[in-house]
Design a protein around this ligand. Sequence first.
Ligand SMILES: *Cc1c(COP(=O)(O)O)cnc(C)c1O
Length: 374
Amino acid sequence: MTVDPQNLKLPSELIPKDGRFGAGPSKVRQEQLSALANQNKFYLGTSHRQKPVKNEVAKLRQGLREFFQLPDDYEIILGNGGSTLFWDAAVFSIIQANAQFLSFGEFGAKFAASAKAATHLNSIEVIKSDPGTAPDFLPSSDFDIYATPHNETSTGVMKPVKRASDQGLFLIDATSAAAGALVAPEEFDCYYFAPQKSFGSEGGLFVALASPKLVEQIQKVKQSNRFIPPILDLSIALENSRLDQTYNTPSLSTIFLMREQVDWFNQNGGIKWTAARSKASSDHLYQWAENKNYLSPFVQDKSIRSTVIATIDFDKEIEADLVAKVLRANGIVDVEPYRKLGRNQLRIATFPAIELSDIQTLTAAIDWVVSQIH
Ligand SMILES: *Cc1c(COP(=O)(O)O)cnc(C)c1O
């Protein structure tokens, strides 16, 4: 049957209050925007080396420390460029020679590729597994750094954060997972992320939670003879972070929106509250998919199903792409799958700011669309 997606109008009770379900950038709450709009008219556009901006950075760092219940000797490093920049910063400023990477989707693969291409590094080992699964580290004395995503945003696989060895430093890409899943600081040396996913803010910033061993490593690499471009030099980022500023000019509105979100999280119970919200929403999606004969969760192993990104496969006679088009025409956006995965599926974010009631409305809306096009 051919259907013009523009002509299928969802009944009004099937339209979520907020139709943003994208894997990132993701829903920014109206309350965050209003708080920014309610600042005095001189709030933006002043020096980032002075009190008003430094106070905001300080509040963000303090809020994150409380949110993650960081031990006193862990530090919070922040800088411009998002998680993608952080990968290259790690290649120059953390990895001395040898590292082992887990690669089970687009994001893990990109970081590994960056390290492999770096001629100043020695031995980079990449352990791969198929999309929808996750591999394990194979620790050995050959490696001083181990790197993996916490949540592979392209596939919806979440690998619980756990040291595979008591030797070596563990670097965790938590760009999409951070805040949407529990994590214990003693299980990582570096847990880095950006504001536009589970923190429901704008992009452009990286935040890294750093253990004392990681800080030591950054200083050690700095003291070697390697040339480190200053923008990728984490010792410079650290120095600036300790002064509640960034090396170069940040977007104050990004910092403000994230600080608002972290305050909201903390006022409501912190990471236990946010992780439970994401879990409730993703549980609903997986259960729905298991109960419908035309759907199935893409990730078979329940223990690694993501709490922040649910990937749902459709039977081949129902075109997931067409479903996504109808939804988009009705203001429900960004549920398309990760293109390169090439599957007949929808990918739905369940970040903490997204309401369970909206996820429930979304699944009812999808059922309705399927009934109309099939
Ligand atoms: C989105 C994402 C990134 C890239 O983040 P940017 O801030 O856009 O650089 C990296 N890793 C993971 C796991 C992601 O989900």
